[in-house]
Design a protein around this ligand. Structure first.
Ligand SMILES: NC(=O)c1ccc[n+]([C@@H]2O[C@H](COP(=O)([O-])OP(=O)(O)OC[C@H]3O[C@@H](n4cnc5c(N)ncnc54)[C@H](OP(=O)(O)O)[C@@H]3O)[C@@H](O)[C@H]2O)c1
Length: 337
């Protein structure tokens, strides 16, 4: 019988996560239900959004209990199957966890990887949930259109950097990022095609820097960071502006009652603004269309992405915890082969 080795939650976390909050466990693979499969992990991701499941409390997903495997997205090779759709030897991208094997129970996010012209890890990055969040956040929620000014927070992250490039492809007149540190800011302008990037960590007057970077105001704010950043950007919004609430990386480690609120809500009235959040899985039926377009752009070099490579299951807790402290520069992928 196959043994599954996985990283699990030791106890609910308060504040910043540390590697000590996690524990490795081995257990036998469960019996596969009809429609399910077992797959050997090739690589998996660590995701900032996972933090919202590691404490007791409100989230759009149930909190994990001690002993449960930590969420991640995996590329894996099917080794046993009871599904008519997935054969032994096929490679899939799927919702899974920090484990050396992935179990698909017959429901949930999974897709066969058919396009072999792109590195496998991209299917859990730029062509996976982060890239789909960029696409559907920008198009379905943000209603981006030609001539818009688009402002993106955590712009050098997998979601932000992709959103900026997609905004440009949609005809945005100006694409502006907010990111931490000169290396990320330079990369966004020199390689990812952003018009301007504000370094929120070193700028002495962030409000003035944002005004200078968006002289005509902002039509679409794509926020990955949280309430304090949205509140700061509200005065920049143009009439009819759209605010995409993608993520709250600055707030995930703070108890809900201590998170900042919005004060500048008068701008919603004056500028007829809309603010909407997304859970990208709602758009799952449309993923393949977005992926086909984006895969073409990756191949012709007009859509770029970065990954940070980590080796071995035990690297996952550290790679995850430091997402919130050292910053990451690209999708963090744990490779098991
Ligand atoms: N709605 C959905 O369906 C959905 C799906 C997937 C992901 N998401 C969300 O999308 C957002 C972006 O995801 P991602 O994978 O691309 O991650 P990411 O933006 O790369 O997140 C990590 C980065 O966040 C920034 N950061 C960390 N702490 C911060 C703080 N206190 N204030 C400001 N920035 C901080 C750091 O960048 P700097 O060095 O630049 O500060 C860090 O490198 C996340 O919030 C994620 O949860 C949403």
């Amino acid at each position: 019988m196959t043994q599954i080795t996985a990283i699990t939650l030791k106890a609910p976390i308060e504040g910043l996560p540390t590697p000590e909050d996690f524990v490795e466990m081995a257990r036998p693979a469960p019996d596969l239900p009809e429609g399910g499969f077992l797959a050997r992990t090739l690589c998996f991701s660590v995701d900032p959004g996972t933090r919202s499941r590691l404490s007791a409390g409100a989230s759009y997903a149930f909190p994990l209990k001690p002993g449960e495997v930590i969420d991640g997205f995996a590329v894996a090779e099917v080794i046993e199957t009871r599904s008519p759709h997935f054969a032994v030897g096929q490679t899939v991208a799927m919702g899974g966890g920090w484990a050396d094997h992935q179990v698909f129970g017959g429901r949930g996010y999974v897709q066969l990887i058919r396009d072999e012209g792109i590195p496998l890890s991209a299917w859990i990055g730029v062509l996976g949930i982060p890239g789909m969040t960029s696409w559907f956040g920008l198009h379905r929620v943000g209603q981006v259109k030609a001539g818009d000014t688009v402002l993106i927070s955590s712009a050098a992250g997998p979601v932000g950097a992709t959103a900026g490039q997609l905004a440009r492809k949609a005809g945005a007149a100006r694409v502006v990022g907010i990111a931490g540190g000169p290396v990320k800011c330079a990369w966004l302008v020199e390689h990812a095609g952003f018009d301007a990037v504000v370094d929120y960590k070193t700028t002495s007057d962030l409000d003035a820097a944002l005004r200078d970077a968006c002289p005509k105001g902002v039509d679409v704010l794509f926020d990955n960071v949280g309430n304090a950043m949205i509140d700061r950007c509200l005065p920049l919004m143009r009439r009819g502006g759209r605010i995409v609430v993608s993520g709250q990386v600055a707030d995930y480690n703070t108890a809900p009652e201590d998170r900042p609120g919005l004060k500048n809500t008068a701008y919603f009235i004056a500028q007829r603004l809309k603010m909407e959040g997304l859970v990208v899985f709602d758009d799952m039926r449309e993923f393949t269309k977005a992926q086909a377009a984006m895969a073409g752009w990756i191949k012709d070099g007009s859509l770029i992405y970065r990954e940070e490579r980590f080796e071995g299951l035990r690297a996952a807790p550290g790679a995850f915890s430091t997402l919130f402290t050292d910053g990451s520069f690209g999708r963090r992928i744990i490779h098991l082969t």
